[in-house]
Design a protein. Structure first.
Length: 408
């Protein structure tokens, strides 16, 4: 009798081909050109099947996703996560940077890229303290400054810009996906050239947070002469004033070279932040054809409590500006995966890591703020995270879609 029961139990287990099935959701997977209702099955941390009808009995857990959107987990390629307790260190082992797990999954984000918090001198500490301790997949752009983004005069130290050592650390650590320069003040182009040299040494792209100079340096020169195809111009809707050119001039006209640079392969990234997204720049630039290639947050303690909020708020904001839902999902999944040369991410292909987000679309009256508290009312749709799956594990479940009902 016992042998029969064990056989029956083992038969039930073997019949459950999948660990989890997302049933009936509208799948948007730009890499695979899927934009329709489909079922998604997960087994052993991988995408096992995406098809029109997967039998519910084949899964240990079935999630009813009807009326919801199922996408790859979002990839935020501009955040600040080298958190720590060092005083006056800005975004490098500091209070201003954020531990990723508390701010990612609730926004449908499964991969973040810390951009410039660490340089080659302190990357190993960042890896031990954050990358190796996070459920969120954490990647990094090394700062061209060896000691990282510690703010102030430290970021002006040309003597700490070492393209050889920076490139060496990039090559030796697979978590490093790029080189970052930020906040440099002055008319010299040499720091940007050293950053490109480091990126060439590490075989990775550059991300530029364009610094300040009075009069400002030429944005057209940066994008057409200094950077290479595949390099990233972040804070694309920031700038303006006396110290940094915006992509539009004072009359709201798109500057010469902007669309040419994008056609050449320069990646325009939102990088919203606490002071780098302005509707007087974004709206005219967008209307004249300069749409983002990638959507990102520039997440830190300042931006999350300002107009940025979180990744999904920025995605919804770009929908309100005129991007379609498939466009914003592409710009926050498959496209950033390509940009950072991690094409195993950002899609729901069979065998891919099971990083998945499930969103509801809220209908109503919503407003958005830019980084100067300019209010843009009139939005009628906003995405909300229902469920996030990282490496096949449910890591965020707003309404218990994957949970078992309580039995009194």
């Amino acid at each position: 009798m016992l042998v029969c029961l064990l056989f029956a139990f083992n038969s039930v287990l073997s019949a459950q081909s999948y660990d989890l099935v997302l049933k009936g959701g509208h799948v948007i997977d730009p890499k695979n050109d899927i934009d329709e209702p489909m079922d998604v099955a997960i087994k052993d941390g991988k995408i096992a099947e995406v098809s029109a009808d997967i039998a519910p009995g084949d899964a240990a857990t079935v999630v009813d996703a009807e009326g919801l959107y199922v996408t790859p987990g979002l990839i935020d390629i501009h955040g600040h996560h080298y958190h720590g307790t060092e005083p006056d260190a800005y975004l490098s082992n500091s209070f201003t940077a954020l531990p990723p797990d508390g701010f990612t999954f609730r926004a449908g984000v499964t991969t973040v890229v810390d951009v410039g918090g660490a340089g080659w001198r302190n990357f190993s500490h960042f890896k031990k303290q954050v990358i190796d301790r996070s459920k969120t997949r954490v990647l990094a752009f090394l700062n061209i400054i060896g000691s990282g983004m510690k703010g102030g005069v430290i970021e002006q130290n040309n003597n700490d810009m070492d393209p050889k050592m920076t490139g060496l650390v990039a090559r030796r650590n697979p978590e490093v996906v790029g080189i970052k320069i930020a906040h440099y003040s002055g008319h010299e182009w040499k720091p940007y050239e050293l950053t490109v040299e480091a990126a060439e040494n590490g075989n990775v792209p550059v991300m530029v947070d364009f610094g300040s100079a009075s009069p400002p340096l030429s944005l057209e020169k940066l994008l057409l002469d200094v950077l290479r195809p595949g390099d990233i111009y972040t804070h694309m809707y920031g700038g303006g004033g006396d110290n940094r050119q915006a992509v539009v001039d004072d009359a709201g006209q798109l500057r010469e070279g902007m669309l040419e640079a994008q056609e050449r392969g320069i990646i325009f990234d939102v990088g919203h932040g606490g002071g780098s997204f302005f509707y007087p720049v974004a709206i005219p630039a967008f209307e004249q054809g300069l749409k983002p290639n990638t959507i990102s947050t520039d997440l830190h303690t300042g931006s999350m409590n300002d107009g940025m909020k979180n990744m999904l708020n920025v995605v919804s904001k770009m929908m309100d500006m005129g991007m379609s839902l498939p466009e914003v999902i592409r710009a926050s999944t498959w496209k950033p995966a390509q940009v950072i040369q991690r094409e195993e991410l950002g899609h729901l292909s069979e065998g891919a890591v099971a990083d998945v987000a499930v969103f509801g679309m809220r209908e109503g009256a919503f407003s958005f703020l830019d980084s100067r508290e300019n209010l843009k009312p009139g939005a009628t749709r906003k995405l909300e995270t229902e469920l996030t799956i990282r490496d096949g594990e449910v890591v965020y479940d707003l309404n218990g879609l994957a949970a078992s009902e309580w039995d009194e």
